[in-house]
Ligand binder design. Structure first.
Ligand code: NBP
Length: 471
């Protein structure tokens, strides 16, 4: 057999679908998995009859690839990536290229790019989003590393990616760990939107008294609007409509209310705090998952700590319009705005030179946060590449000004009904803070100077001041 165009290491759910995608697009492939039984299972199952061969060792794998080799690693993020790099390196030659397609922490990618490029191997850290189906049919991909390394994989990734009206959902993101950083922030935005939709569901169920099917109808209406049409709203409708085959009741009500996480939401929030970027909606979503995980404590506290009885208030009509839609729209917009602002700040800090319209473009298809709104985000950054916050773009500002009263009504109603809405209430505080020219931190500065002589600036005089407050 001729040597293969493309190699894949790691036949997990993402790897097996990505190699099928590459093969469908004309790239003959060779696969390697640490546990060989999985390779055999794949080649006799999903990979049967395809232009894909297996390999029994990394040496065998490398020998079956055309030079320069293009190798995609889809293994668990963390030490497994370093282990594969170490084990495969003795067989690689100058010009060969490794791509880490897992959810690696971006500092790890910075280190690996520097190490591998110094040995004349190319290294790309590439975020991949879209789950198993996206990996097979066309994901959104966020590759970072040197431009020369990206050029060597451009034809491959452009064919594999989801396609939207203005091109494939992949582009060169920037140097070092920028691809994995952008994927991390993508996931942070995803955390936000998932929690926002869960809060809407909670209100529709507990305040509105709606059944799963009735709630699904509302989400269906939302999915037909420019502001909310998105993959996550679409699957929320599906989840709420799905019945338990055992008794025909709403399946979602049988699921334990504890949400897991693998790190990218946490990394988004930690990076944002370190870089001074406000991401309160995303942080509230992360904290929502943490709160969900302490279920035994919550069960115990329910009997001890009392709140108001749930009372009805206006949410939305049968067509989905109303204060709750306003609240959900603004919170989703805030998640994107916060994520984009974090990218802007990180780009300056790390010299990533991120192209904001291009990032919005590659998120329009294939990925989990794909949404019609991304066209508006792309337009906003095209109109003003220096835009510091999406919410002050004219189209978004009109949305904020029109929908803010609805968001406030929902947060107030939820507070009076004793129902937690962390993402919605954080969004309200975020917008109210952002549109307030004078915040009360003047008093914080006074206290800091009072107890610690930290000094302060005055609004009416230049310079740095200290007062002996306690005399
Ligand atoms: P997993 O994250 O479950 O990883 C499974 C693969 O890693 C298997 O092939 C396994 O080999 C291999 N592996 C491990 Br674990 N330790 C290894 C080591 N020390 N050396 C060599 N191989 C090792 O698979 P996945 O869900 O397909 O995800 C792959 C990557 O893509 C992850 O970073 C994930 O975060 C990311 N991602 C996943 C999704 C998703 O929807 N699942 C979406 C986007 C990105 P074995 O068979 O021998 O154990």
């Amino acid at each position: 057999m001729d040597k293969a165009h493309f190699g894949l290491i790691g036949l997990g759910v993402m790897g097996e679908n990505l190699v099928l995608n590459a093969e469908r697009n004309g790239f003959s492939s060779v696969v390697y998995n640490r546990t060989y039984a999985k390779t055999e299972e794949f080649l006799s199952g999903m990979g049967a009859g395809k232009n894909i061969v297996g390999s029994t060792s990394l040496e065998d794998f490398v020998s079956k690839l055309q030079h320069p080799r293009r190798i995609l690693m889809m293994v668990k993020a963390g030490p497994a990536v370093d282990a594969v790099i170490k084990d495969i390196s003795p067989y690689l030659e100058a010009g060969d290229l490794l791509i880490d397609g897992g959810n690696s922490e971006y500092h790890d990618t910075e280190r690996r790019v520097a190490e591998l490029e110094s040995k004349s191997f190319g290294f790309i850290g590439m975020g991949v989003s879209g789950g198993a189906k996206g990996a097979l049919e066309g994901p959104s991909m966020m590759p970072g590393g040197t431009k020369a390394s990206y050029d060597a994989i451009e034809s491959l990734v452009c064919k594999m990616a989801a396609q939207v009206e203005d091109g494939p959902c992949v582009t060169y993101i920037g140097p070092g760990g920028s691809g994995h950083f952008v994927k991390t922030v993508h996931n942070g935005i995803e955390y936000g939107i998932e929690q926002i939709l869960a809060e809407a569901y909670d209100l529709l169920k507990r305040v509105g008294g709606l059944s799963g099917t009735q709630m699904a109808d509302i989400f269906g209406h939302w999915n037909s609007t420019e502001e909310l049409a998105s993959y996550l709203v679409e699957i929320t409708e599906i989840c709420l409509r799905t019945k338990d085959p055992a008794d025909g009741s709403d399946l979602v009500e049988k699921i334990v209310d504890q949400a897991g996480q693998k790190g990218t939401g946490l990394w988004t929030v930690v990076s944002a705090l370190q870089m001074g970027a406000p991401v309160p909606t995303i942080y509230a979503a992360l904290n929502g998952r943490v709160m969900s995980s302490i279920k035994p404590q919550r069960q115990n506290a329910e009997a001890i700590l009392h709140g108001p009885a749930v009372q009805s208030f206006e949410l939305c009509g049968n067509d989905g319009t109303g204060p709750l839609m306003d609240a959900v729209v603004l919170a989703c917009m805030a998640s994107y705005a916060q994520g984009m602002e974090l990218l802007r700040i990180a780009s300056a800090e790390h010299d990533y030179n991120l192209n904001m319209p291009s990032i919005a473009q590659i998120w329009k298809g294939g990925c989990i946060i794909r949404a019609r709104l991304l066209k508006r985000i792309q337009d906003a950054f095209n109109a003003n590449p220096q835009l510091v916050n999406l919410l002050i773009d004219p189209w978004f500002a009109e949305q904020v000004n029109r929908r803010l009263p609805g968001l406030a009504k929902v947060v107030a109603g939820a507070a009076e009904a004793g129902i937690p809405v962390p993402c919605l209430s954080s969004t309200l505080d975020y917008i109210n803070s952002y549109r307030t020219a004078r915040l009360p931190q003047n008093l914080v500065q006074a206290m800091r100077d009072c107890f610690g002589s930290h000094t302060y600036q005055r609004v009416d005089q230049e310079g740095t001041f200290h007062t002996e407050w306690l005399d």
